[in-house]
Structure formats: C-alpha cells, structure tokens
Design a protein around this ligand. Structure first.
Ligand code: SAM
Ligand code: DTB
Ligand code: SF4
Length: 327
C-alpha cells in the first residue's frame, strides 16, 4: 500500500524554470525523486492496462504532422467507416479476457457528428456492461456532447495537447492549442476523467518538452491520466523521418511528469515497441504506471501481450484492478 502519511503536495504553480531544472538533474537524483513521489501516491508494483481500438480509421480533415490518419498526407492508411457496435464489443471482450481493465476507442475525427455519437454511446454502454472502464478519443467536443458521453457512462476522455504552446503551430495548423484546452474544460465540467498528454520525438527541443509538461501541470486540475507518447514515425507524414529520441530522454520525461503531477496516472504510450525491456523497466522505475496493452495501437504496432506479461513477471509487476486508478 502507498504511504499516505507523507503525501507529496500537489502543486499547480510550477514554473518553466523549475521544470527545466528537474530535466537537468543528474539521472540518479531525478529517478530517486520520481520514484519517491511515486511510492507516496501509488503501489510501485502495479501498472494499469488499457487496450486501444481504432473504431474509425483514416480520412481525417486535420493536418497533425505526426499522424498517419490525416487526409492531408499520403500514408497508405485507408479511410474507413465507423465500425459496427457488435464488432467493437467482440474486440472489447477479447481485450477484457486478455487482462485489460480499460478499453479505449479512438476515431479519426476533428469532432464527432451527433449521429456518430449515438453509435459511440452504444459502444460505451456495451463495454461498461462487461465490467471495464471506458475511454474514447473523438476529437473536439462541445459541452452538450461531453454531457451526452457522461450520460452514456464514459469514464475517461483522451485529448492530448501534444506539445508546447510554441511548437504547436509547427505541428498542426487546422486547430489551436486553445481549441484543445476548450474541449478539456468541457470534459472536466461534464464530470468525465481527463486523459491528456503529448508526443515527444517530433523534432522539438527539450524546452518544448518542458513547455508541454508545464501546460499540463499548471491546469486547475491535473489530468487524471497523462499519456507520454514517443512519435510513431509514419512514412508520408511531415514528421516521417524525424530523428529518434534517445530512450533516456523518454525516461526523464516520464520522471518529470511523475514529479509534477504526483497523483496522475502516467501512461507509457506509443513507442514501446521499439524500446528495450531495460528502457521500459526504467520508465516504470521513473513512475510510469499505465500502458496500452495489446499488439496494436491505432494504425501502428505495440508489443505482443506475451512480451509484456513476461516483462511484468521479471519485474514483479501486477496489473492494477478496475477502479484503482480513479481514486
Ligand atoms: N482524432 C482525435 C484527436 O486527435 O484527438 C483522436 C485520435 S488521435 C490519433 C489521438 C492522439 O494520438 C493524438 O492526439 C496524438 O497525441 C496521438 N498520436 C497520433 N499519431 C501519433 C503518432 N504517430 N505517434 C505518437 N502519437 C500519436
Ligand atoms: C494516446 O495518447 N496515444 C494513443 C491514444 N492516446 C489514442 C494513440 C497512439 C497512436 C500511435 C500511432 C498509431 O497507432 O496510429
Ligand atoms: Fe485527425 Fe487525430 Fe490524427 Fe490529428 S491526430 S490527424 S485529429 S486522427
């Protein structure tokens, strides 16, 4: 059990200079601090397992420079229609039987149409009835759409800020960071747990990684869940040939996120497939306590279930139970 008598203070007034100084710490000092914060708030030997499905793939009108699903780029990803509810629920059942406790459904939309939302609400109700937590990521929402998702029983909404305010417009031109923050406000106001993080390895500077975490850590409420994605490079996108970030910088980013947002789940997200077991172990040591579990993300691959099961066994990590992350 975590030691709740010495709970780390949750601050919302971090400065960029303080965050940059955390990134600059000697590695051992940074990891020690992150692991100490982690133990004060969570069982360090439990990791939450979410499984992801792309319920509507490709043909997206947005121009996010990292994304294989944008209609602006030739990536070879075909535009498909929204999946049928039965097919989604069959996949969700398989995910639950494999050990996932949360099921995340992603759609390549700028924002959902009301007719599509009806179908997504049926999916949410069906997944919930299986005893899993639900998460969707559907693009921008207005207040009424967020309220509708809440009524359907949605637990989490994923909507990433992706990068720093300064780098944002170099990556996306069809929407602004303020648009993203607006949706996060509607999600929070509707009483849905917020999942928001970003992507590293997009050619940004460390100061942009600082700016991204600063934006999240100075929100009035920290996101309940913070995905840290390493760019999954896709041929045909403007970022298709970015220089890969060194894994220790990912570990540092996870550690800083853990220190800044001590009670949030930090999810080691896209990019695990190319990471060694040792680099992943360092991420868990740095305070990552959630992953996408299952061989597929949206359009790219993720480690096979067996690889994660074996690694968890070697590290003595156990899956977190349903509901344990939301307390
Ligand atoms: N269209 C919706 C949106 O953008 O909010 C939902 C789906 S979108 C694919 C969800 C998130 O996946 C993006 O915000 C981005 O952070 C992440 N993502 C997309 N492509 C990625 C890539 N190639 N590598 C890493 N993360 C990626
Ligand atoms: C998040 O932060 N990462 C996930 C999920 N939220 C939706 C998506 C990762 C996508 C990786 C690229 C792909 O598979 O297309
Ligand atoms: Fe569309 Fe989302 Fe991809 Fe951007 S990240 S192009 S909004 S699917």
């Amino acid at each position: 059990m975590p030691d709740t008598s010495v709970l780390a203070e949750v601050r919302h007034d971090w400065t960029r200079a303080e965050i940059a100084a955390l990134f600059d710490l000697p590695f051992a000092d940074l990891i020690h601090r992150a692991q100490s914060v982690h133990r004060q708030n969570f069982d360090p030997n439990r990791v939450q397992l979410s499984t992801l499905l792309s319920i509507k793939t490709g043909g997206c009108p947005e121009d996010c420079g990292y994304c294989s699903q944008s209609a602006h780029f030739e990536t070879g990803v075909k535009a498909e229609k929204l999946m049928a509810v039965d097919a989604v629920l069959a996949d969700a059942r398989r995910a639950r039987d494999a050990g996932a406790t949360r099921y995340c459904m992603g759609a390549a939309w700028r924002s959902p149409k009301d007719k599509d939302l009806d179908q997504v609400c049926d999916m949410i109700e069906g997944v919930r009835a299986m005893g899993m937590e639900t998460c969707v990521t559907l693009g921008m929402l207005n207040a009424a759409q967020a309220a509708r998702l809440k009524t359907a029983g949605l637990d989490y909404y994923n909507h990433n800020i992706d990068t720093s305010p300064e780098y944002y417009e170099k990556i996306v031109s069809t929407r602004s960071l303020d648009d993203r923050l607006g949706t996060l406000g509607h999600v929070r106001d509707a009483g849905i747990h917020v999942c928001s993080g970003g992507i590293i390895g997009m050619g940004e500077q460390r100061s942009d990684r600082v700016g991204m975490l600063w934006t999240l850590a100075t929100l009035d409420d920290h996101p309940d869940s913070v995905p840290v994605n390493m760019l999954a490079e896709t041929e045909g996108t403007p970022l298709g040939r970015s220089e890969a970030l060194e894994p220790l910088e990912l570990v540092r980013t996870v550690a800083v996120a853990r220190i800044l947002m001590p009670r949030s789940m930090v999810r080691l997200s896209a990019g695990r497939e190319g990471l060694s077991d040792e680099a992943q172990a360092l991420c868990y040591l740095a305070g990552a306590n959630s992953i996408f579990f299952g061989p597929r993300l949206l359009t790219t691959n993720n480690p096979a279930n067996e690889r994660d099961v074996v690694l968890f066994d070697r590290l003595g990590i156990k899956p977190m139970e349903v509901g344990a992350a939301a307390e």
